[in-house]
Design a protein around this ligand. Structure first.
Ligand code: TXA
Ligand code: MG
Length: 328
């Protein structure tokens, strides 16, 4: 008889959203641990956005097969706009609709401390200030941007209670800050302000009408051209300008080597993803590695094989896109 599999959820702390629970959650986040927390939209799975290894842990815990760009959460617009460049539209929207269920996609500042993995290597970063007292208290206590996708396993629906979170991620994350059910229950509206047109990438808690009343017409994601900006599609994803060769077993002196495990000898430049073949470490260093090698003055990038297990799926997804023939 097959035995019923009992998932051990005891390893995940269930914290109350009082002063000591929030302090504990903030301490865990600052140490690089994963903590789910309630917002007005859905529960988010939080990590210190400036810590690439912690952010890699989000993808591992969710079982996401690709590195989707994540939203950074802040306790104020001022804090958000220290990391990304706000134009007049962003300032007007933030003044009227933050805190609230609106996410703005804006260019990273040159000195932006957010890990490249958080934004999936893009030059833009999604930011928002949630309208939720304990989420804001948590963000204030952490004092750093907190990256948080919805706190569900990949492919499952977004959670709106702490119990939903535990059902999917119990035993896989350090803690859940229980702030009761979410009031909005759908995700935030995602608005791309990185180009001249405001483009709606995802409808959500903030209405298009409210946004248009403040900044004028918004292009819908289905508009031709706008679709190109959806994450995972062409233009928006960072791809190195050099050709990328996958599964390299040898390397030449005019090539830059993206190493995983002991590096192949003979490359003109080397970036080590993980000497010990640790997939979480490799995920955390991937986007930095592609950028560094792209600028190393070589003829091409040779990538050593990465196994197709765990975070290796998302790493290979990104490398395969980088190696694919370029769209024009
Ligand atoms: O309400 C919400 O937004 C919740 C709570 C936790 O804040 N978070 C959430 O995150 O729904 P997630 O990861 O499930 O969805 C984020 C969305 C995705 O569609 C992602 O592709 C898009 O935002 N996104 C994030 N960064 C982006 C960027 N730089 N450019 C374009 N789209 C981006
Ligand atoms: Mg989600």
């Amino acid at each position: 008889m097959p035995r019923r599999v009992v998932i051990d959820r005891r390893m995940t702390e269930l914290l109350r959203d009082d002063e000591s629970g929030i302090a504990r959650a903030a301490g865990l986040l600052r140490e690089g641990a994963l903590v789910a927390f309630g917002t007005e939209t859905v529960y988010g799975l939080g990590a210190d956005a400036t810590n690439a290894a912690a952010v890699a842990g989000i993808f591992a815990a969710k079982g996401r097969p690709r590195f989707n760009p994540l939203i950074c959460h802040y306790d104020s617009a001022e804090a958000a706009f220290r990391d990304v460049i706000a134009d007049d539209r962003a300032l007007v929207l933030a003044a009227a609709l933050w805190p609230g269920p609106l996410t703005l996609v804006l260019p990273r500042r040159p000195d932006c401390p957010i890990a490249l993995l958080t934004g999936a290597g893009l030059d833009t970063q999604a930011v928002r200030v949630p309208a939720h007292a304990s989420a804001l208290a948590l963000l204030r206590a952490v004092g750093r941007p907190v990256a948080a996708p919805s706190a569900n396993l990949s492919g499952q629906v977004s959670p709106t209670t702490a119990q939903h979170v535990l059902r999917g991620l119990g035993g896989r994350i350090a803690a859940v800050l229980d702030s009761g059910p979410c009031s909005v229950g759908v995700e935030s509206t995602v608005l791309d302000l990185s180009g001249p047109d405001a483009v709606l990438l995802r409808p959500g808690g903030a209405t298009v009408e409210a946004i248009e009343a403040l900044i004028g017409p918004v292009l819908l994601g289905s508009t031709p051209g706008a679709a190109l900006r959806s994450p995972g599609m062409l233009a928006s994803h960072y791809a190195p300008s050099l050709p990328v060769r996958l599964n390299a077993e040898t390397v030449t002196e005019d090539e830059a080597l993206l190493a995983f495990g002991p590096a192949l000898p003979g490359a003109g430049a080397v970036f080590q993803l993980s000497e010990t073949s640790d997939l979480t470490e490799a995920a955390a260093r991937l986007f930095e590695g592609l950028r560094v090698l792209d600028g190393a003055g070589m003829r091409g990038i040779a990538a050593m094989p990465v196994p197709y297990v765990g975070l290796g799926l998302a790493i290979n997804d990104r490398l395969e896109r980088a190696a694919a023939p370029r769209e024009v």
